[in-house]
Every structure is written in C-alpha cells, then in structure tokens.
Design a protein around this ligand. Structure first.
Ligand code: NAP
Length: 336
C-alpha cells in the first residue's frame, strides 16, 4: 500500500509498504480521510520527537475492513474515527483519568504508523464509531475537536460569559463555534487575516479584531469593559500569550492551548496574576474527550466544510508538510 513515511528530520516520502494486519484486539481500517496538522510540520522538521521510520497522520477516519482476534465492540463495515493518543492505563495520572498526562503516552501517526496511508491498524479501544453516511473529511476533525473540547473543559465557560480567542486557524475557528454552543454571549476572535475574521463572524463569533489595526487588548476591552471572563490562547506566539493575560478581567482565566517551541520563555508579572487572581492553565491533547467530539461530528453540530481548504492525494502530502502553510489555508485533508 502507499504510505507517507517519515524517515528522519526533513525526510518524508511516499513509499510502498506492506499492508498491516490487525493483531489481537486491533482493527484494520481503510483510511478515507486524514487531516494535515501543524504538528506534522514540527515532526517533519525534527522539532517534535517521533519514531522513525513511521507513517505520519493522526487526524483520521475510515472504514473497518478486518478485525483481529478478541475484538468485541467494533464490526466490519463501520465507519470510525481514531483517538491517536494511547495511554498506559496504569500510571498515577491514568489512574485518575488524566490520560493525556500519561508518562508512557504513545500516539498513532507519531510513534506508530498513522493515517497518511491506504490502511491503518489501531487498538479497538481507540476507535469511535461514526454514522455510515458521514463525510470522512468531517470524521478527520474528531481529533482537533477533541483537543478543543478539553480546552473548553479547562476554561469553564459559562452561559452568558465572554471569551477572547487569539489565533484564527482551524483551532480558533472551532473554539469560536464551541464557545457559542457553551453559551458565551460575547466571543471575540483576534487574528491577522481578514478572510479568517470574516469566517469567524459567519461561524458565530460576535466580534473579530485585527491585531495589526491597533492594540488588540484595547480593542477587546472596548468591547467588554473590564476584560473578558476567559482568554483562549490559540496562536502559540509570545505576543498572544501576553495579550491573553492582559485581556481577562480580574478573576478571569487564561487557557494556554497554542504550542510554543519547547524552551521558549515569555515574561509574566506574578504580581498582576496574584492581585487579579488570574487562573493560568494549560490544556493539552484530548483526555477522554474523543467520544464527545465524535458525537458532535455525527450530529452535524459544527460547520466544518468552511474549514476545509483543499482535499489532496497522498502523493501531495510530503510537499505540503515540508512547506509552510499558504496564506488563507485553514485545513488540508488527504484522501488516500
Ligand atoms: P494555525 O493554523 O497556525 O493557527 C494559528 C493562527 O494564529 C495563525 O494561523 C495566525 O493566523 C494566528 N496568529 C499568529 N500570530 C498572531 C497574532 N499575533 N495575533 C493573532 N493571531 C495570530 O494553527 P491551528 O491548527 O489553528 O492550531 C493553533 C495552535 O494550537 C497551534 O499552536 C497548535 O500547535 C496548537 N494545538 C494545540 C493542541 C492542544 O492540545 N493544546 C491541539 C491542537 C493544536 P493569522 O495569520 O490570521 O493571524
């Protein structure tokens, strides 16, 4: 079968490899869609640890075509999405349900072969069933959506509340929709590209701010006097980290969701956090949120088509991952 293989830093190739066979309690799926994520670019550049060689792709959906021994819950022919993150289930964090913090966490498309391939094997427990007639490209959004749901859980958005989202990539645009569904009445998205601001407003954001048109924090505080209840940092740059802290009200919460390079330091002023009782918390991956993400996608709760910029073949994936995202593009989905 064809698979996009990471062979080492800056070495990504479409290759022919043997089709995998499912082992005990594993399922073989025919991959029908796999989203390209910014993390794939970090793995390609050697900035995020992976096994090599490995097939990349951790945002996938497909149809089950073969079962290994002992599989009980999944049937051949079902359309599924996969939670790529596999926890050990026995460490201290796993035993209190914080599986994203598992000390032995491994992931499909990172440490074992992933979805930029014609077929993929995964443990039965990672599979979540989707409706048979669902667009597989929508199924591929389950993983980023599951991460966003954890971000929302950490943020504790309340009906009637206000939120500022920094960064209008696919994450920020999913977050804007989720914040409205969670009942926030003011959802402000700050991002530099005009088409993304327009799209955010179409998808449910109540306000869109251009950080290049003046001080983003001042613009947000003009909309919500005293600052917003919650800031979601979804850009992963020092500037938006500082803006997130400055945009929240006294007693507000800042969720660090965007990924800054490991070792990147930023300035914080502990006195301000202290006297304003700002809650500053990270939200990492998708602890036990994949089922809810799959349920939302199955129910068609979110507008996903406007987030899909291009559908591409496996052959196009290496050059897309090896290059920076083009201006205006949101999510590229590969269809083997
Ligand atoms: P993305 O496409 O890179 O989106 C981030 C966007 O932020 C950029 O495209 C950019 O859009 C905007 N931005 C950059 N500088 C800005 C600034 N100064 N002010 C306002 N906006 C700015 O990435 P994504 O896929 O949406 O993901 C967002 C972040 O979440 C990434 O860091 C990703 O690694 C991370 N992530 C985290 C988790 C987790 O579990 N915590 C899961 C998935 C992804 P404009 O050009 O329009 O400004």
């Amino acid at each position: 079968m064809q698979a996009v293989r990471l062979l080492g830093a800056n070495r990504l190739e479409l290759q022919y490899v043997p089709t995998p066979a499912p082992g005990a309690r594993e399922v073989l799926i025919k991959v029908e869609a796999c989203g390209i994520c910014g993390s794939d670019r970090h793995m390609y550049a050697g900035e995020y640890p992976t096994s090599t060689p490995v097939t990349l792709g951790h945002e996938f959906a497909g149809t089950v075509i073969e079962l290994g021994s002992g599989v009980e819950r999944i049937r051949v022919g079902q359309r599924v999405t996969g939670d790529p993150n596999i926890a050990c289930g026995t460490c201290a964090q796993c035993r209190e349900g914080r599986v994203n913090l598992c000390v032995m966490l491994t992931a499909i498309g990172v440490r074992r072969d992933g979805g930029f391939a014609e077929y993929l094997v995964m443990p039965e427990g990672q599979a979540h069933v989707l409706p048979d007639d669902l667009d597989p490209a929508h199924g591929a959004f389950s993983e980023p959506l599951a991460c966003c749901l954890h971000g929302l859980d950490v943020a504790r958005i309340r009906p009637g509340g206000s939120v500022a989202i920094f960064g209008g990539g696919v994450i920020g645009l999913l977050m804007a929709q989720l914040c409205r569904l969670a009942g926030a009445t003011t959802v402000i998205l700050s991002t530099r590209q005009q088409p993304r601001r327009d799209l955010a407003l179409r998808l449910g954001a109540t306000h869109a701010v251009d950080p290049n048109a003046g001080d983003a924090v001042a613009q947000i505080r003009d909309i919500v006097a005293g600052g917003v209840d919650v800031a979601l940092e979804c850009a992963g740059v020092p500037q938006t980290f500082a803006q997130s802290i400055a945009a929240v009200r006294r007693g507000g919460a800042v969720v660090i969701f965007g990924v800054m390079p490991q070792g990147q330091a930023v300035e914080v002023t502990p006195f301000d956090l202290l006297v304003n009782e700002v809650r500053l918390e990270g939200a990492y991956l998708n602890p036990l949120t994949h089922a809810r993400a799959a349920a939302m996608i199955a129910a068609g709760t979110l507008a996903l088509d406007p987030l899909v910029s291009r559908i591409v073949s496996l052959a196009e994936v290496p050059s897309i991952i090896a290059n920076p995202p083009a201006q205006g593009e949101i999510k590229i989905v590969a269809r083997p």
